[in-house]
Ligand binder design. Structure first.
Ligand code: AR6
Length: 202
């Protein structure tokens, strides 16, 4: 009897997130967010998010790194997309990346904080997550959108990003297995960790 039960228990422990959730084994909003320091182009996830500009034709920072690593076919696909507005997102193939897809979003330029920057940054995360869900993707990695060339203050950006992701997970508890926040350096990761921690207290 015990021997017959064992494989089933093992199966449950190895089960994918929706099954584990259905079995009541884990609470999604506290389990699936991870903070990682490194280069987002190396992430082995279903989709990495690109902090692009409205042309979607490439640029510096993380955008430049993603285009370089994905190869020239990426810009060919991007040309067909007709650009992207601030706060919106569009999806392409990942080409030479490990990630199967790239979700391109355009963050707001920080102009002091009273020009709707927070709402637009939240929209970037929300639209990216919706696209992932619509395409059946289970894992997604975000860089610190808008915090480089676009000058969004890091702690504020991390808070908006984490709160938006947590709200999405609450509203769609079985949509995703993993959401990664990628800090290019340790300081950025620390801001993400603090945002995850303080959101967890609320
Ligand atoms: N992996 C992970 N994070 C990275 C990487 C990388 N390889 N490279 C940079 N970062 P930015 P923005 C971090 O400037 O502020 C581009 O030219 C970086 O340290 O890339 O949204 C676009 O074409 C910072 O924390 O994006 C746009 O014109 C974060 O990524 C404009 O910059 C975002 O910095 C977008 O500006």
């Amino acid at each position: 009897e015990v021997a017959r039960r064992l494989p089933r228990i093992k199966l449950a422990l190895n089960a994918s997130f929706p099954l584990r959730y259905a079995l009541g084994m884990t609470k999604p909003s506290q389990q699936i967010i991870e903070v990682v320091t490194g280069n987002i182009v190396e992430c082995d996830v279903d989709a990495i998010v690109n902090a692009a500009n409205s042309s979607l034709l490439g640029g510096g920072g993380v955008d430049g790194a993603i285009h370089k690593a994905a190869g020239p076919d990426l810009v060919h696909e991007c040309r067909l997309l007709g650009g992207c507005k601030t706060g919106q997102a569009k999806i392409t193939s990942g080409y030479r990346l490990k990630a199967r897809h790239i979700i391109h979003t355009v963050g707001p330029v920080w102009q002091g904080g009273d020009k709707g920057e927070r709402e637009l940054l939240a929209a970037c995360h929300e639209k990216s997550l919706q696209l992932a869900q619509q395409h059946g993707l289970r894992s997604i990695a975000f860089p610190a959108i808008s915090t480089g060339r676009f000058k969004f203050p890091l702690s504020e950006a991390a808070r908006v990003a984490v709160e938006t992701v947590r709200q999405f997970i609450r509203d769609n508890p079985v949509a995703l297995d993993r959401v990664l926040f990628i800090g290019f350096d340790e300081a950025t990761s620390q801001h993400f960790r603090e945002a995850v921690w303080s959101a967890g207290q609320g």
